[in-house]
Design a protein around this ligand. Sequence first.
Ligand code: ATP
Ligand code: MG
Length: 260
Amino acid sequence: MQPMTIDLPAAVVAPAAQPAREDGAARSDKPVLIRLEQLTKVYTEGEQQHVVLDELNREFYRGEFVCLLGKSGSGKSTLLNLLSGIDAPTRGHVVIANGAETVRLTALSEHERTLFRRRNMGIVFQFFNLIPTLTVQENVTLPLELAGKSRGARQRAQALLDRVGLGNRLATYPDKLSGGEQQRVAIARALANDPLLILADEPTGNLDEDTGDTVLRLLLELTRDAGKTLFMATHAPEVAAQADRVLHLAHGKLVSDQAG
Ligand SMILES: Nc1ncnc2c1ncn2[C@@H]1O[C@H](COP(=O)(O)OP(=O)(O)OP(=O)(O)O)[C@@H](O)[C@H]1O
Ligand SMILES: [Mg+2]
């Protein structure tokens, strides 16, 4: 099967001049991977408007490990869902620099965003979200097959599952695995397609401390070894200590953005 291609004329924009960081911090000399432009998300419930993200402008660079902190309800998952294109903003844009072309995610249809996400992103969720009817190996090969990269998929899955210590559980179904093991499969799955960007939403939030530490260490090792950009929402300050950059969300704004 050939990879599906999408025609993106409206979405592909010239790599624009980079706006200065709001906090005046020094810009990285690494290439920009993600740019938020006036990114706003408002939920309307009845008469009430709830501004969850309020005109965020920011840039994130290739290879960075960005940690997103904030109280429950501050909008961490909302921001990750806009970055992945699972959700669309009310106003503003998410721009992803995808090699030679720069794609305005917000100009894509939902279907186009799904295809873009499959090709360029790996996602690790708090509740693992493995497909229960697929084996461990099939869960990891699925993103490759969906991207039309079936050839060599089983070997790649085997290699990744070896890295996360589950190379001997290929034929096991997710319900036979512990939470930590399921999350290790999810990490292998997120990396399967060699994505530009890994998004992780409280990946250790549902694990005990020791298991969470192991999962985090693996996620960091694998993403760093592969030179990937990792964007992680978490409540754990000890995770932030390992990040290149720590953002703090409150009242719809990024109230701080510091080196980890
Ligand atoms: N579909 C929706 N409709 C209305 N409000 C929503 C919707 N999704 C999220 N919200 C609201 O947006 C706010 C931010 O939610 P979000 O899930 O992004 O927070 P969070 O920082 O990830 O919290 P947590 O740490 O608990 O996961 C919350 O007040 C939530 O109630
Ligand atoms: Mg959340």
